[in-house]
Design a protein around this ligand. Structure first.
Ligand code: FE
Length: 334
């Protein structure tokens, strides 16, 4: 009798509440962003809405592979990752789905999201020029292209071309200049290298500090991290291409997975991430810029100066990525 009662009770609940609603209070996020950057944000959202957020963190490549392998059986609702190149791949591999949302299209400028609405930039980082304040005058600098000028012979420090950030930078140069001119630009950089390319942006800056070279190209937040550790650091950022194409920017962003179990909840969460409160939390956690033009960057980030950013659609970073990789190889950029 007891068992029958329980069964009837369960049946009643399931009849009254559609399955989607039973599961509606939980989201599963696959994140290539590190736990300490996302967990505080998830906690705020859970507190505000009651939506529980579980997550898995890994590098972008393995997460994309995992989503593909899991297919329909995947429990992920949302993919969160860095670099438009990675987001573009996720869309191109068919593991995301389009999202129609006026909130997202209002809060996020068109060039920072997929034209097909499958991914949305959520925080912005600039990949800009860094220079030694001991050995370089900012007036000597002008553009990414001019880092290939003979003035910088044996003075340029670059990170490896294997990193997606540089692949996106070169892809965006191709979008602006075409392949032939971009190849010449990259060749001229290689000509000027002071040392073999470094494995990361921090090492790039440390090499400049050590006097191995005088100028480099890095993401703004790595500069911010180094500056926080050592405020007296003899390095500064320079905003190139202010009379032309603008500074190369990239995003961290997210998309709803193709087989999301809670699409509506995932979209709501994405919309919240583009809102003022979340934009500050999300950008500030990694010393980045909000993508929402109505939201101010943190004072600390603003202290690096204002700049004109490129408004070329970041989907190009993905579309032209394989061309960029081949081009860098031809140009001898390792
Ligand atoms: Fe990074």
């Amino acid at each position: 009798m007891n068992r029958l009662c329980v069964s009837i009770f369960l049946l009643l609940i399931l009849t009254v509440l559609p399955i989607s609603q039973v599961l509606a209070d939980e989201l599963i996020v696959y994140s290539a962003r590190k736990e300490h950057l996302i967990k505080p944000l998830f906690d705020v959202y859970t507190k505000e809405t009651g939506v529980k957020i579980s997550y898995v963190t890994d590098k972008a490549g393995p997460l994309l592979q995992r989503l593909k392998a899991e297919g329909k059986n995947s429990r992920a609702d949302l993919l969160l990752t860095v670099d438009a190149g990675n987001l573009w791949h996720a869309a191109n591999e068919g593991i995301l789905q389009p999202v129609e949302s006026a909130t997202l299209t209002n809060n996020i400028p068109a060039h920072l999201r997929d034209p097909g609405q499958q991914w949305f930039g959520l925080s912005l980082r600039a990949r800009t020029i860094v220079y030694s304040t001991d050995r370089v005058e900012p007036k000597q600098l002008s553009s990414y292209e001019a880092l290939g000028d003979p003035t910088w012979k044996n003075r340029l420090i670059l990170r490896t071309s294997k990193k997606v950030y540089n692949q996106s930078l070169v892809a965006m140069l191709i979008a602006e200049h075409g392949e032939t001119d971009t190849e010449q630009i990259v060749e001229s950089w290689v000509e000027n290298l002071a040392a073999a390319p470094f494995s990361n942006d921090t090492k790039t800056m440390e090499a400049i500090l050590a006097g191995q070279g005088d100028v480099g190209i890095v993401n703004t937040y790595y500069f911010g991290r180094l500056l926080k550790k050592n405020p007296d650091i003899r390095l500064a950022l320079y905003w190139p291409n202010q009379d032309s194409t603008g500074v190369h920017v990239n995003v961290s962003g997210a998309g709803v997975t193709k087989y999301a179990r809670n699409k509506a909840v995932a979209v709501k969460f994405l919309e919240w991430l583009s809102s003022e409160k979340a934009q500050n939390l999300f950008a500030d956690a990694n010393m980045e810029y909000p993508v929402n033009p109505g939201v101010e960057a943190h004072e600390y980030v603003k202290s690096w100066g204002r700049f004109k950013a490129s408004e070329q659609n970041l989907a190009k970073a993905g579309e032209l990525q394989s061309n960029a990789i081949k081009l860098m190889d031809r140009a001898g950029y390792r």
